[in-house]
Structures are given as C-alpha cells and as structure tokens.
Design a protein around this ligand. Structure first.
Ligand code: SF4
Length: 416
C-alpha cells in the first residue's frame, strides 16, 4: 500500500483570513440571536440567499453546520438520535447528524468558537428543493421545534435545458416569498437593495470561479481539498463585501503561487476530477493519499456548485431563478455528462473518481452508469468509491484506498 506522507499538505496563508471571516460570520449571528438585534433566517445552501440578505436578514446555513459535524468526525455520535426520532439511517446524513446533535443539545459551533453556546434562533427558515427534498424535511422539523414559519421554493429536477418557462416558474415563487419576508423582517422590499445584493453575489461568484480555475494551471496551486475549505465564504457570505474581499485576497496568493511555479502537490504528475460529495471526516487523509500518488485532484463538481454565472442585477428575480435552476445537481444525466466532459478538457484531467454517497443519492452520479459512459466517451479511467459525506460507518476506507491505487496504476500506464 502507498506510503502516505502526512506532512505534505501545503497550507495556504489565506487560511488564517478565512478562519477570521467564518468566526465573524458566526459571532454576528450569535449576537443577533441573543440580543434580537437582527432577524435571522436559516437558509438552504443554494436557497434564495440574496433576497433574504437584501431584506436585512442574517443568514445561517444548517448544511454548513452539518459539514462541520462531518469534518470533526462527530456525525456518527448524533445520527442515532435522529434515527430514534424516525429518520431513516438511509436518508441524508447531514440532516440526521444535525438534527441528532440538536436533540442531544450539542452544537459544534461552541467547540469552534468560545462564547457561542447554541445555534442562532431562527425567525424563519427558507429552503429551495433544487438540491433535494431532504432540506425541506429538515427545515420543517426545525420550524416546528422553534415555532417559526418555514417557506420555500419547489424546484424542477432532471432538466436537460433550462428554458424561459422553468425560470419564470421559479422566479414567480421567489417573488411570492416577499410579503412573508416583509412581514417577518418588518422591512419593505427594496428593489435597489436586492439588485445591489445580487451584484455582490455575482462578483463573489466570478472570483470564486477564478479561484477554482487557477487549478487549470499545470502544476496546480490549489486542490479540490483546499476548495472544500475555502468555499466557506461563497456559501455563507455570498452577497456581502466580506466574501468579495476574501476571494480577492485568496486569488492574489494563488496567482503568486502560479507565477512562482509552486504546486499544491509536490511533483504533480497526474490530474484527477472528483465527482460527488466530499467525505468530510477523511478530507485530510484523502489529500495526503493523492499527494503520495503525485496526483492533484484539480477539479470537482462540488466546489463548482457555488458558481452562479447567471446572476444579473438588471433582472434580479429571473437571474436568481436561473442561477439556482441551472445547478448541476438538478440537471439531466446528459447535461451533467456534457458539463463533466468540458471540465475534463479544461482541467486536463487524467481520470475521474465518482464518490457514491450512501445517503446522498442526489449527489451520486454513478448509480445509473455515468462513470462507464464517461470513461468511454473521454477514453480515461473512472472509478467508483463507496462512502458518505458524514457517516464514516458507511465508508470502507481500506477498500477505497485499494481501488484508488489500482485506478492510479491505470493512469500511470496510460502515461507511458
Ligand atoms: S444534497 Fe445531499 S447532502 Fe445535501 S442536503 Fe440534500 S441529501 Fe443532504
């Protein structure tokens, strides 16, 4: 088995700034919740964040908290509590670990940040089913616990092409949220504020795209594993100046790395695409494994999911509806395959890893043969590993490492 080099991950200097931004985000929410100084909306990760923010809500994203539970390898402690509440072990482990932690009276925010003792109390919860139905179920559960409204948008799924009719249907639902939001925020909807927030989010998205595209350089200054950490502001702070400033800062560091020829993976020889959810509790180990194999995981569907190219302040509702309906996760297999083919060419990818997550079928694309079709169309190896975003009991680590090593061997052969 490959000798994993434990110290080989090159940490970006920007990580210190990232930590500050994430801490500020959570301290601000905590203060608002304790002092009732701002309204707090819980929002699904690809929910209508810009609309909520433009109306003065501070946003809390339960999926981010769930990912923290995964990354701190704590999810399995909490999942049984949600199972006892009636949620199947087969449904989203973000949902079950997050609700389980709540039932046990624990938040990992208090472990990460002194002075935070609980989740910020919501004034309402807002979802978009564009990613899955689980977020809606998850949010309805909390809305009953906190006795606050839960509203949202019902999206399409399996779209090959996003048409004007799709966009209009979603846009109208978003506009219909406004009276309820006005009522709760006690703030009148203001088109200019909304346009400004859309513009800030658009600029964040452009910068985040540039950050990810820096990995198209050979060698790459950035990996998928870096991306899963540095995407934080694009998820929780999009629509603010803070996110824009952060990505300008990170981009400067990446440009310096590129100019100086500093690679994220020492002696990078091979380039891999990661399809599917991260395995949060094994990110570091996976990063070290690929470094040991001289392979850079240079691109992924997951990190790219927070690029919202269609946002346009001139058409705030329609462009937001389009951006959140064009997402990879809600598209047909054909559209997804076209997208991955483009990414493989752009990032000069030698092989694709499909992570089939047991509890997230929505983000597992190998179940109906996509890995086989893409291997044939692109003439590169693909491999499927079985795991989960949060529940490490579902990840067969030794078997996955063996599969990845065999897959890399195939890639090495192709390079001869
Ligand atoms: S997309 Fe997957 S991981 Fe995310 S909330 Fe839905 S089921 Fe859970």
């Amino acid at each position: 088995m490959t000798q994993v080099k434990k110290s080989a991950v090159k940490k970006l200097k920007s990580t210190a700034v990232l930590k500050e931004i994430m801490a500020k985000h959570y301290f601000k929410l905590d203060k608002a919740s304790r002092e009732k100084s701002s309204k707090v909306a819980w929002c699904s990760s690809v929910g209508p964040a810009e609309l909520l923010r433009s109306m003065g809500f501070l946003l809390y994203f339960p999926e981010n908290h769930a990912a923290i539970l995964g990354a701190t390898k704590a999810a399995e402690e909490y999942i049984p509590a949600a199972n006892a509440e009636g949620y199947s072990p087969d449904i989203c482990s973000y949902l079950t670990s997050d609700i389980g932690a709540y039932l046990k009276g624990i938040t990992h925010l208090s472990r990460a940040y002194d002075r935070i003792t609980q989740l910020p109390d919501p004034d309402l919860l807002v979802y978009n089913t564009n990613q899955c139905r689980d977020v809606k179920d998850w949010f309805i559960w909390y809305s009953k616990k906190f006795n606050v409204p839960c509203i949202g948008v019902e999206s399409f799924c399996g779209l090959d092409h996003v048409t004007r009719d799709h966009v209009k249907a979603v846009s109208l639902q978003m506009a219909k949220l406004v009276p309820k939001l006005e009522d709760i925020s006690e703030t009148k909807f203001n088109t200019e504020h909304f346009q400004k927030t859309i513009d800030l989010s658009r600029r964040c998205s452009i910068l985040w795209r540039q950050v990810l595209e820096s990995a198209a350089n050979r060698p790459s200054p950035f990996t998928f594993f870096d991306g899963t950490v540095h995407m934080g502001p694009a998820v929780v702070e999009r629509g603010t100046d803070a996110a824009i400033k952060y990505y300008e800062y990170l981009l400067t560091e990446l440009k310096l790395r590129t100019t100086a020829g500093i690679s994220a993976v020492e002696n990078e020889k091979y380039r891999i695409y990661w399809e599917g959810m991260p395995i949060w509790g094994r990110l570091r180990k996976m990063a070290e494994l690929f470094i040991s194999l001289n392979a850079c995981v240079a691109a992924s569907t997951y990190c790219n999911s927070w690029i919202f190219s269609s946002l346009d302040p001139q058409e705030p509702f329609d462009s937001m509806a389009r951006a959140y309906t064009e997402l990879f996760i809600v598209r047909s297999d054909q559209a997804k395959e076209r997208y991955i083919e483009k990414m493989v060419k752009q990032y000069k990818i030698d092989g694709i890893i499909f992570h089939e997550s047991k509890t997230c079928p929505n983000n597992s694309n190998s179940r109906y043969g996509m890995h086989r079709r893409l291997a044939k169309a692109l003439n590169i190896p693909t491999v499927v590993i079985y795991g989960d975003q949060n529940d490490l009991r579902l990840f067969s680590e030794e078997q996955s490492i063996t599969k990845i090593e065999a897959f890399m061997e195939q890639i090495r052969e192709n390079h001869k």
